[in-house]
Design a protein around this ligand. Sequence first.
Ligand code: PLP
Length: 377
Amino acid sequence: MPPTNFRLPGPTPLPPAVLDAMQAPMISHRGSDFKARYREILRLARLAHRTEGDVLIWPASGSAGWEAAIVNLLSPGDPVLATVCGDFGERFAKVAVAFGLDVRRLDVAPGRAIAPDLVTAALDAHPGVKAVFVAHNETSTGVTNPLPALARAIRDHGALVIVDAVSGVGALPLETDTWGLDFVFSGSQKAWMCPPGLLIAAVGPRAWDAHKSARFPRFFWDLTAAKTQATEGMTPTTPALTLLFAFHAALEMIEAEGLAAVWARHRALGELTRAGVAGLGLDLFADPAFASDSVTAFRPPAGVDASAFVAAVTAHGTELQVGQGDLRERLVRIGHMGWAHEPDLRDALAAIGAALPDLGVQPAARRDALAPALAPA
Ligand code: PLP
C-alpha cells in the first residue's frame, strides 16, 4: 500500500520544514531568543493577513476564535447578525446564543454563498446590529463567501466584520486592511500547514475601539493582555513553543513562495479538482460561482453513503472526508489547502476513479471524461 494521500480539509499534511522545526528543544519563553522569534512570527503573520494592524496568537483550536471575538468585542445582549450557509456558520450562531447575544440569523441553503444584498436587507431591517459573523470559507459545503462585498455591506451599516477564516486565510485571497475586516481568526491546522493547536487572529482598529467598551468578562482571551505582552515579544501565558516553531517555518515557506503565488496555486488546485470530480460524473455541491479553492465538496454516487465512498477511496491510497451535520452521509470533501500540489490532487482523482467500480459504479465513460483534467499540464 503506497503512503496515504492525506486529503482532509484539515488537519492538512505537514511539510518537511515544519516537521523539522518541531524537533527543536525548548527555550525560555521569557528569553531574548524567544522574544526575537515571536516578533518575527507576528511580522510574517501580519504579511500573510495583509494587515498593518495586530496579529495575536493563543494556544487553542480554531473554534476558540468565535469565543475570543465575542468576549473581546461585544457585551451581553448586543444584537448581532449570524450569516449561516453551512455547519460552521451554524456553530458561530450557536456560540453567540450561548453567550447571551441577541442573535438574528441570515440563512441560505447549504451549497450557496451569502449574497451581499441579503446582508444589506437584514441590516436595514435590524439597524442596531453591532457585529456580523461571516465564514470566509464554509468548509462544510466547499463555498467561499464574497468577503469584500459582504464587508462593504456590513461596514456601510456601521457593524463590525467578524470573520471565521479558518479554512480561508493562507489559501484564498484575503485583504484584512483593504477589505476592512475587523477581526479575522484561523486555526493552525488548515492552510497554515501546521498541526492543530494555534488560534491566530488579526485585529483591526475598529475592533480595538469596540474592545474598549466591551463588557463580557474575559481573561485567557483578553486582547489587551495579549497585545501588551506581544509588544514585549511575549505571550501572557506559556506559549505553545513547538507549534510556534512550526508556524514560523510555515510562514517562512509562504513568504518564500510569495502570497500571490500561494493564492494562485490554490486557485489552480481548485479548478483541477472540480474538473476532475465533474469529469468522473460526480456532482459538485457548491454553487460554481462561489466554489472554494481550498476544499471541494461533492455528492457520492446515488445509493452510496459518504462513509462507504470514503472507505473505498482510502483503499486506493487517498483519504478524503465525509460531510458534516445533516450532510454527513450526503457529501464527500477533498481538501486542497496548505501543502498541496498538483500531483497530490491528480493522485486523489485517480484514486476516486479507481474506487468507483468497487462501489458498483461504472466508470468507463467517466475515465475518458477525466482524461483532460488528468492530462499532464
Ligand atoms: N471554522 C471553520 C470554517 C472550520 O473549517 C473549522 C474546522 O474545520 C472551525 C471553524 C473549527 O476549528 P477547530 O476544529 O480548529 O476548532
